[in-house]
Ligand binder design. Structure first.
Ligand code: ATP
Length: 255
């Protein structure tokens, strides 16, 4: 049984007639990449898997439990979502934001304790944010803000990670660090699914890939079976040149 499963899931894209029903099984220890052009439905899929959007049909199960029957707190103890470009206008510091990751584990008016703080500090250190802990969110750069989103989910420590373009805004070093963090979470028994626009990150870091086409068509499977030039050229409507570097394919757009 997968940690996260979909049964005949059709996501609800306004104006789209239907789509291939998804029967996905994202197992513990697996790293899934979701690829597709702008508007294909990657974010909508992640939000549906996180229970934030109702599917058009079918269902999502977490450890065998239908998502629709789980209370939000119970869900948030098991599943975390790194949003794409979230801009909360909350006047919070970086440390306070990371601590939000502990809220599913606290009763409504319970203060965070030393263990919660220790988890947040460790997550900030892991994302290279310790020096910014007292800074207000609004003062951060795009990449710093992205790392705070990841640190918040790391503080939450869910068994299922859903990450919407987790390397958005990140410089090369931090891209590799974040992919390493997600791989580490998978190695520790988490199920990880991430939307990516960078084919080369997907080729290097994902073991499974889901290709989402704008008309709702989809295919999924082992990464090396999915990441083939003909399928990717059709996915993006973009000719590609492929080379092998350090044992992984590298895809470069051909102009
Ligand atoms: N509330 C809404 N009303 C109308 N259309 C919507 C709404 N939410 C999403 N859509 C449309 O659904 C489609 C899928 O959006 P989604 O954000 O899931 O795509 P995506 O694959 O994540 O794209 P991107 O690569 O640009 O992030 C888009 O065409 C979008 O405009």
């Amino acid at each position: 049984m997968g940690a996260l499963e979909t049964r005949q899931l059709v996501i609800d894209i306004p104006g789209r007639a239907g789509g291939r029903p998804l029967d996905l099984r994202v197992g513990t220890g697996e790293r899934w990449g979701v690829l597709g052009p702008n508007g294909a439905g990657k974010t909508t899929l992640l939000h549906t898997l996180a229970g934030l959007r109702a599917p058009r049909s079918g269902e999502v199960r977490l450890d065998g439990d239908p998502l629709s029957r789980l209370r939000r707190r119970a869900l948030a103890r098991r599943l975390g979502l790194v949003f794409q470009d979230r801009h909360d206008d909350f006047p919070a510091t970086v440390r306070e934001t990371a601590l939000i990751g502990r809220h599913p584990f606290l009763s409504p008016w319970q203060q965070e304790g030393p263990e919660d703080l220790a988890r947040a500090e460790a997550a900030l250190a892991r994302l290279d944010l310790t020096h910014l802990a007292e800074r207000g969110l609004a003062t951060l750069s795009g990449g710093e803000r992205q790392r705070v989103s990841l640190a918040t989910v790391l503080t939450q420590a869910p068994r299922v990670w859903l990450a919407d373009e987790p390397t958005n805004h990140l410089d090369l070093h931090h891209q590799v660090a974040v992919m390493g963090l997600l791989a580490e979470q998978a190695n520790r028994g988490c199920a990880v699914m991430m939307c990516l626009h960078d084919l080369n990150l997907a080729a290097r870091w994902c073991d499974h890939v889901l290709l989402l086409y704008p008309d709702g068509e989809a295919c999924w499977g082992a990464a090396d079976a999915m990441l083939v030039p003909a399928a990717l050229e059709r996915l993006y409507g973009q000719p590609l040149t492929t080379a092998m570097v350090d044992g992984a394919p590298v895809f470069v757009p051909r102009t």
